[in-house]
Design a protein around this ligand. Sequence first.
Ligand code: ZN
Length: 279
Amino acid sequence: MPSTAPPLACSVRACGLPLERRGASWVCERGHSFDVARSGYVSLLQPQDRRSLEAGDSRATALSRRELLDEGFGAVLESALVEVASELELAPGAFVADLGCGDGRFLAAVCAKTGLHGIGIDLSAHAVELGARRHPAHTWVVANADRRLPLVDGSLALALSIDGRRPRDEFARTLCANGALLVAVPAADDLAELRGAVLGEVHDAPRVERVAAELAPDFVLAGHTTARARIRLERASLARLAAATYRCARAREREALEQLDGLEVTTSHDVLVFRRSHG
Ligand SMILES: [Zn+2]
């Protein structure tokens, strides 16, 4: 259990007051109220924050991604994240938020090792619901990470961005003075075989230097490891990968993928630790 209540903040425009859990709702002092869904998550999405009614990943996409991860597709990345996070020696019970948490697997793994309390944030209610059902001890929130994060200033010990958004100003606002930021981005050779076999596209992997430049001057790069593995994916897993990634969204690419019986693919991420710069 966290030492204090999860530091959620009201998402009503120009409010931003802390939210308090009361029964099956989160409420602020101005009386804004957000119901907790039966599966345990809360949607703090405001109408202006969603571009369509079905914002974020569909249920099918979220399920495909979870099945792929259940098969071990993200195991090497998960190990790297857990190891790096545990080396930060953060106080158990402190808060970690994952922006674009998906089904929350990586967040839950980091929390299991570090004793942190997780706050999973994703635009997809379907993805967040999967996290809430499997990991009910943590806090699960539907929100748009492109906007103001529904979190209290200075409330986080750690923030995670795994193939996700990197809103520097919001990281700076929500992390505490000695907080850390853990960023994973696909490396240049991530899914290289798949792109060669199917997509024929040039990979525009974000370079480590570019990520560091984005996050300066508030954050400085303090650590860098690479999580790389080669995994044989059979036909059914390739189909899940196609469904789980936007990179394979086009019909022509799905058809090409369906011609393959299986493929050995490289998964490769740069895992970066950023610390706040003081000075
Ligand atoms: Zn409010």
